[in-house]
Design a protein around this ligand. Structure first.
Ligand SMILES: [Zn+2]
Length: 327
């Protein structure tokens, strides 16, 4: 497995990263931070009129010593009066809260595989593999690989689709069709497709976010859009280029997003020919999280997938959406 990843690293190194094309190795499971309560509540299609913004003042712990995630004061369930609203959406921390909380936080890690990034399925789901497809949006990245999606549907193979806000804006009808299909889980691929950094680090020439507030915006912008469109927040996030620092991953956790890394790079940022895509897929280990792209219909991803799936299925391999694996 690591051999093919190395190969990919070389293959992807010089490629233009119209998409996110990286390579990596597995990481430990995410230390999911406890949900942080805050003022603003998630904009939802069906907003709950009764008990909405429960706690307007979360009192951000001001100067947190760098690596510690200060456990926020969970405002006691002081909501006796109004009848409990059914499934009230969780509150999403505001930009101001995130900015204050991480004002002095200094990242200690940067890359594809940092604390807080999930790169393999849990053991309970391990025989399966998770196919994930990114739609990056923006100039040159808003295409739709209909053949790829048709192949998944034909074989009944589930997948998790990471959609960028710009891609959704460019493909509203397709979005609706994908979101309505139980075969697919819709996930958050960022608002402007930026690497997630609190210090402005970049990846593949794409400028990263520059501070905690921008990290918040990059996650929360598309989180709000998807929550409104889907009627519930997406569970998983992957940044543009899939790069993070370890402060940014804590912010993502605060916003209720789990970060999906990957262990198999199937299409090298939508640059690999079909034969190599097929090879990468056939080599994916049980428990692998596979990254590829669904926004480059002229690339080798769809034909590579179409060539690999019958073999994988004949071999008894199974596939899972991320949320089904990380229950
Ligand atoms: Zn992308």
């Amino acid at each position: 497995m690591s051999l093919s990843r190395r190969t990919l690293l070389v293959a992807a190194a010089g490629t233009t990263l119209a998409a996110c094309a990286p390579t990596t190795s597995p990481a430990p499971p995410v230390p999911t931070a406890a949900p942080v309560p805050t003022a603003a509540s998630v904009p939802t299609a069906a907003s709950v009129p009764t008990a909405e913004p429960v706690a307007p003042e979360p009192t951000p712990t001001p100067e947190s010593p760098a690596p510690e995630v200060p456990a926020p004061e969970v405002p006691a369930p002081e909501v006796p009066a109004p009848a409990p609203a059914p499934a009230a959406p969780a509150a999403v921390p505001t930009r101001a809260f995130v900015t204050a909380r991480y004002a002095d936080a200094v990242p200690a890690a940067w890359g594809l595989d940092v604390p807080g990034v999930l790169t393999a399925l849990p053991r309970s789901a391990a025989p399966a593999i998770a196919l994930t497809f990114d739609a990056c949006g923006g100039p040159g990245g808003s295409g739709y690989d209909a053949a790829l999606v048709a192949t998944l549907r034909t074989h009944g193979v589930p997948a998790t689709l990471f959609l960028n806000a710009r891609w959704i804006d460019a493909n509203p009808d397709t979005f609706e069709s994908l979101a309505a299909d139980p075969l697919f889980e819709i996930a958050n691929h960022g608002t402007a497709h930026r690497p997630l950094s609190v210090t402005g680090r970049s990846a593949y020439g794409i400028a990263g976010t520059r501070d905690p507030g921008e990290v918040h915006d990059e996650i929360a912008g598309n989180l709000a859009k998807l929550t409104a469109l889907l009627g519930r927040p997406p569970a998983f996030f992957r940044s543009g280029t899939a790069h993070y620092d370890d402060v940014a991953t804590r912010i993502a956790a605060d916003l209720g997003q789990r970060i999906a890394g990957f262990s198999t790079n199937a299409d090298g940022g939508a640059t690999l020919p079909a034969a190599q895509v097929r090879r990468q897929l056939l080599d994916a280990a049980p428990g692998a999280v596979v990254i590829a792209h669904m926004n480059h219909p002229d690339g080798g991803t769809a034909p590579g997938l179409a060539a690999a799936l019958p073999t994988l299925l004949a071999d008894g391999r199974t596939f899972t959406r991320l949320s089904d694996a990380f229950r």
